[in-house]
Design a protein around this ligand. Structure first.
Ligand code: SF4
Length: 226
């Protein structure tokens, strides 16, 4: 997908793309970013999760925060909020740790569980990166932690979710290499979008000036022939 690491996409962009491809392109390809309450709250939740790259060991559980991850196959790189490694004979060896370990990514999110798949896709992509980097067995489940209510949601990393991650990233690489920002397709999600004022989705419902003129000329031609 991307042979050069300079062309790797930011893994965190996957959630933006899944929410709205135009939002991702405005942020990534055009460098537009607008803070709103949701993005600021999201950053605070993440800062608490990363908490100085701590490693914490409790018996057969090793918790690693802020782990850098990447996938050559997907052409993507990023960071896991938290990876929990559980001691397991089916796991893999880790530097500086005795025994074998199986990883489970945990992603921290502001607000409540979502009805769309953006957060689940981001989490699934983290698991794909970990599987490739660690050469570990398939990670069957992972967790999203939502600030409201403060609890975890289990996510099954199905083949369908994995395929959607791959398809999204293929499309994102294609758009990135063409430098193409998709047109706005207004949805209910626009109301909560931090780029709403920059994107002006309602304007795209109106025909462009050239389309308007062409339509008027057609109308005049048709009335002249009538
Ligand atoms: S305002 Fe709507 S169309 Fe525009 S970037 Fe946001 S979600 Fe996408």
């Amino acid at each position: 997908m991307a042979s050069d690491e300079d062309d790797y996409l930011q893994l965190s962009g996957l959630q933006h793309y899944a929410y709205c491809p135009r939002q991702w392109a405005l942020i990534t390809l055009e460098g537009q970013w607008a803070e709103n309450l949701r993005t600021i709250e999201g950053q605070l939740v993440h800062e608490r999760a990363h908490d100085e790259n701590l490693r914490e060991k409790r018996g057969d559980l090793l918790v690693v925060r802020g782990l850098a991850i990447r996938s050559r196959e997907l052409g993507v790189s990023g960071q896991c909020d938290v990876v929990e490694f559980k001691r397991d004979p089916a796991g893999v060896a880790l530097d500086g740790q005795s025994g074998l370990w199986l990883p489970t990514p945990v992603e921290y999110k502001r607000g409540q569980p979502k009805t769309h798949d953006a957060d689940r896709l981001q989490l699934c992509c983290q698991a794909l990166c970990l599987e490739e980097m660690l050469l570990c067995p398939t990670i069957e489940t992972a967790y999203l932690y939502y600030a409201e209510p403060a609890r975890r949601e289990k996510v099954d990393l199905t083949d369908e979710l994995r395929d959607t991650v791959r398809t999204c990233l293929r499309d994102m690489h294609r758009l990135a290499s063409n430098g193409h920002t998709p047109k706005a397709k207004p949805t209910k999600g626009c109301n909560a979008c931090s780029l709403r004022e920059l994107c002006l989705p309602s304007l795209t419902r109106r025909p462009s000036a050239s389309a308007y003129i062409a339509a008027r000329l057609r109308e005049e031609e048709e009335s002249a022939q009538a």
